[in-house]
Ligand binder design. Structure first.
Ligand code: HEC
Length: 183
């Protein structure tokens, strides 16, 4: 049964013009990654093909890569939302490329072997991985503060304005001084 028989009212030439539309929409369901997650010179389509070729799917779940459904390593779904690479480096484009080229150098003894990738292959793969979850990528630089003094750049206030004034006043009090609400 052709589409024409299902929607007989639509004139055929017009129908043909609109048919590719759903496929186009499917192809662009993820927006491009934000600027700080883009890989200079990386080609996502080539990277996806290279991951198939290099068998990354023998150990990882990677959306969009055929047969990449294994759970030996962590799933690489929604990659651009990830905070760290291998639990070692903040998840930036440069660090992901480094990880892919020198896994054992960064994390000696890791269960992920060195795979002998060229710089170009690693860049392409990283470019593809950063398309995953790009629409939900954090706007802040990757990595989490590991202590109160290492909060890093945080453009947005962490407390509501009223609470912030209280917190700043509490901070300004000498140690041991009673706080406003308790006496
Ligand atoms: C033999 C299994 C194996 C193969 C093959 C493999 N990996 Fe891994 N990969 C792992 C394991 C295990 C880890 C977790 C290692 C760690 O944290 O030290 C990992 C970690 C990663 C990470 C970091 C994940 C995270 O959550 O931080 C990325 C990215 C990655 N691999 C990409 C790739 C790509 C791309 C390929 C193909 C070029 C590949 N891996 C091939 C096993 C593998």
């Amino acid at each position: 049964m052709s589409i024409g028989t299902i929607i007989p009212a639509m004139p055929r030439p017009r129908l043909r013009r609109f048919l590719p539309l759903p496929f186009l929409l499917l192809a662009c369901d993820e927006p491009a990654p934000p600027a700080h997650l883009q890989i200079v010179g990386g080609n996502p389509a080539r990277g996806r093909a290279a991951m198939l070729e290099h068998g990354c799917g023998a150990c990882h779940v990677i959306p969009g890569v055929r047969n990449a459904v294994a759970w030996v390593g962590p799933p690489l779904t929604e990659w651009s939302r990830r905070g760290y690479v291998g639990g070692r480096l903040p998840n930036t484009p440069a660090n992901l490329v480094r990880w892919l080229r020198d896994t054992q150098g960064i994390s000696p003894g890791s269960a992920m072997p060195d795979l002998g990738l060229s710089e170009e292959e690693a860049r392409d793969m990283a470019a593809y991985l950063f398309t995953l979850g790009a629409g939900r990528a954090p706007v802040q630089p990757a990595g989490m503060p590991t202590g109160p003094d290492e909060a890093g750049p945080r453009p947005e206030p962490r407390l509501r304005p009223g609470l912030r004034a209280d917190a700043e006043a509490a901070h300004a009090r000498p140690a041991g001084a009673p706080s406003a609400g308790t006496e």
